[in-house]
Design a protein around this ligand. Structure first.
Ligand code: MTE
Length: 311
């Protein structure tokens, strides 16, 4: 009888989460928060008993959601409406080669190949809470670049007030586009000052690997204080504009999905409460936090705004 050492195991037998954390040299026994504390920029909530969270908003009992859930419980309607559809139906979709256009009210519009688009920035690992409007949540170790890097390079003109994002339209490989459930291509938007906030990422990876197709390969938006539908996937256009952009969910149901979509336990969805959420993999529900736990960093963006009206 022989004991298998990790190097003997096929890579498929090693879960990406253990690979991800091992590569960073963490002890297997370390708790998830200790792990996050060792990542660049992640302080532990244990450091300061008064702290409500870390710069990346993790709370004491946040644990990274396993890879299997992050990559098999998805919303990506271009591949179907069920949570397992994106993983099951995205095999033919090709995220390489990939071009990204940055245009609109900018001094330096350009069309980049993805490699050139990313090159000036340093890829960063950040673990964020991820709260879907459907009242489930995850904790996801993303990899990506600050959106602000891309916007600064494009040099927005004085007129630019909003940023619009557009998903690729690829009917040959996205079977969900045949159903008129949303206005295709999927679009999303942020106010320019929101978009410049350092927490906002353009993610290219999860658990230190390139994004799987179902998670929005090769480039998706991550805005951790907003509901998950703002996290538009498979982005191939970023447009600066002076008008609040039309967004896929706001067009589909304006009374249910606002432009701002800041996580807010005090503003219910018309068909369900937003007070609690079910963390995928957990049984008991946990309370939803204002701005998903990132209020300290982002509440000032909305000073003086009626957040019931601007939901
Ligand atoms: N982006 C596109 N292009 N199409 C979509 O259907 N769904 C959104 C968002 N981005 C969606 C999308 C919704 S509703 C959520 S909750 C998140 O993606 C889910 O991201 P995840 O599957 O990586 O958890």
């Amino acid at each position: 009888m022989s004991i298998k050492r990790p190097s003997d195991l096929p890579s498929s037998a090693i879960t990406p989460e253990s690979l991800y954390f091992d590569r960073r040299g963490f002890l297997a026994a370390a708790g998830a928060l200790a792990i996050s504390a060792a990542l660049p920029g992640c302080a532990s909530a244990d450091d300061d008993p008064k702290a409500t969270g870390t710069p990346f908003g993790l709370q004491k009992d946040d644990r990274p959601t396993p890879w299997a859930d992050v990559t098999n419980y998805n919303n990506f309607y271009e591949f179907g409406l069920e949570k397992t559809d994106p993983a099951a139906n995205s095999g033919a979709y090709k995220p390489t080669p990939w071009a990204v256009t940055v245009d609109g009210m900018v001094e330096k519009p350009a069309r980049y190949q993805l490699e050139d688009f990313l090159k000036p920035s340093k890829l960063e690992d950040r673990i964020y809470r991820h709260r879907c409007v459907e009242a489930w949540s995850m904790v996801v170790p993303w990899r990506g670049i600050p959106l602000a890097d891309v916007l600064k390079r494009a040099a927005p003109t004085g007129q630019a007030k909003y940023v619009m994002f557009t998903t690729v339209f690829a009917p040959d490989t996205m079977p969900g586009l045949r159903a008129p459930v949303l206005t295709w291509p999927y679009t999303e938007g942020l106010r320019l000052d929101e978009a410049m906030h350092p927490l906002v990422m353009l993610a290219t990876g999860v658990y230190g690997r390139d994004l799987p197709n179902q998670n929005g390969a090769p480039l998706r938006l991550v805005v951790p204080w907003k509901y998950g539908f703002k996290g538009i996937k498979a982005i191939n256009r970023i447009t600066l504009t002076d008008k609040m952009p039309d967004t896929a969910w706001n067009l589909a149901a304006p009374d249910e999905y606002g432009f701002y979509a800041n996580v807010n336990p005090e503003v219910d969805h018309p068909r369900w409460s937003q007070h609690k959420e079910r963390r995928i993999g957990e049984f008991a529900k946990r309370p939803t936090l204002p701005f998903n736990g990132y209020a300290e960093s982002v509440a000032s963006l909305y000073a003086g705004m009626d957040l019931r009206k601007n939901f």
